[in-house]
Design a protein around this ligand. Structure first.
Ligand code: FAD
Length: 391
């Protein structure tokens, strides 16, 4: 089979790209081992945070501003799967210059948004699930919330097919074929060959397995996710409880209100994570993870301290060393683009990812792309994503 553009990977980077490339008139196919949404994919989950807050990083906030317009439109045309209930970002000490919450708050004001700063008493009164006095400052911002990410993948898959794309599961790419300096085809473990004028590698945390030259710049890290069954579900329901970060840059902890369909409260940790091989290593949440989690609950949400954990998952990031995405054409091989490096924060940009990646494929100028260009990252490069807990 021959296509204009082949996309390796049916996660959010791949699926959003397929929709946009079809809209731009390209004949595309998405290849994935499947089923889709893939159970091990980072994009497959009950919820992902959609937040504007990125500390002092103005480009990410601008990208989310535009993404929010897209999420609201997708809710009408493809959803609903985006819950705009707002976010709370609280701190255990007063917000201070240089801190993620303080810099985010200042950037929101600078860009004309209206976050509500809350003190210790207002936090207790408005959000009674939080342990009184434990968090003393922060804000509520009405814009943002969460998206049901697995459902988003299914909806975009259907939209890509409606626009004429082939979405081919049962296809695990194991070779990118080059003739001279140009990519001409891919081969799969299942014995098939697909030819195309251009190939997009959007294989998430598996990307550096397909392109080993990227291994020095990106790694797979595993992060714990917990689902709890609250004894008082009403306490964890919006508007009394919304998407939250709990001094996230210093603790890693963040979470969601009671999920309307699943009936659980999901909480996870956005920290350093555990270095893992995406295919060969087991993905488990350890007893130590659970102990850390219980300590966090006892100190933050007393009503959840003893709640039963009904599900756990260790989910993998495609972590670039600087934690910025990797979206660019290969500098030396024609007909090859990489779109990966979500680094634990890529999903919220879904409505703008398609255009961003399609512009990279077509070689079109895009003011946001330089941040994600093909780049040399020294081994001692440190992460720059402001909400990430770096230990
Ligand atoms: C625990 C966790 C929590 C997160 N929370 C948030 C959040 O709250 N907000 C947010 O914005 N972001 C969040 N993220 C980040 C976000 O989920 C990712 O950035 C995004 O989903 C990455 O999408 P992707 O398409 O690059 O990768 P994936 O979704 O992992 O998709 C990659 C696809 O490639 C396929 N594939 C792999 N190898 C091959 C091959 N050889 N051939 C064919 N197909 C292949 C896989 O089957 C898979 O379907 C979180 C991530 C994790 C892990």
């Amino acid at each position: 089979m021959s296509y204009d553009i082949l996309i390796i990977g049916g996660g959010i980077f791949g699926m959003a790209t397929a929709v946009t490339l079809q809209q731009r008139g390209w004949r595309t196919a998405v290849l994935d081992p499947g089923p889709l949404p893939h159970p091990l994919a980072a994009s497959t989950d009950i919820s992902k945070v959609i937040r504007m807050e990125y500390g002092p990083d103005e480009q990410y906030m601008a990208m989310v501003e535009e993404s929010l317009v897209g999420w609201r439109q997708w809710n009408e045309s493809l959803g609903p799967f985006f819950h705009e209930i707002g976010v709370t970002m609280f701190t255990q000490e007063l917000m201070a210059p240089g801190g993620f919450e303080y810099e985010s708050y200042q950037m929101l004001l600078k860009r004309g948004h209206h976050p509500e700063r809350l003190n210790v008493d207002e936090i207790s009164r408005r959000f009674p699930a939080w342990k009184p006095g434990a968090f003393v400052d922060g804000f509520y911002h009405a814009q943002g919330g969460y998206a049901e990410s697995g459902r988003v993948i299914s909806a975009l898959l259907a939209e890509a097919q409606r626009l004429g794309a082939d979405v081919l599961t049962g296809q695990t790419v194991n070779e990118i074929v080059r003739e001279g300096g140009r990519v001409t085809a891919v081969r799969t473990e299942e014995g098939h060959t697909f030819t195309a004028g251009h190939v997009v590698v959007a294989a998430g945390t598996w990307t550096h397995l397909l392109l080993p030259e990227l291994a020095p710049a990106m790694k797979s890290t595993g992060h714990p996710v917990f689902h709890l069954k609250p004894a008082q579900p009403e306490l964890f329901t919006a508007p009394d409880f919304v998407v939250f970060t709990a001094d996230i840059a210093r603790s890693g902890w963040y979470g969601f209100p009671l999920h309307p369909g699943e009936g659980v409260v999901k909480i996870a940790n956005h920290g350093i994570g555990q270095r893992l091989h995406p295919r060969d290593d087991e993905r488990v949440v350890t007893a130590q993870d659970e102990q850390n989690f219980r300590a966090f609950l006892a100190a933050t949400f007393p009503a959840l301290a003893d709640a039963p954990i009904v599900y756990t998952r260790r989910c993998l990031y495609c972590d670039t060393l600087d934690e910025h995405f990797w979206i660019d054409r290969h500098p030396a091989i024609t007909g090859l683009t990489v779109a990966a490096g979500g680094s634990g924060h890529g999903f919220k940009f879904a409505p703008v990812l398609g255009n961003l990646i399609a512009d990279a494929v077509e070689g079109r100028a895009n003011p946001w792309l330089p941040k994600f260009r093909w780049r040399a990252l020294a081994s001692q490069t440190t992460g720059e994503e402001a909400s990430r807990h770096h230990g």
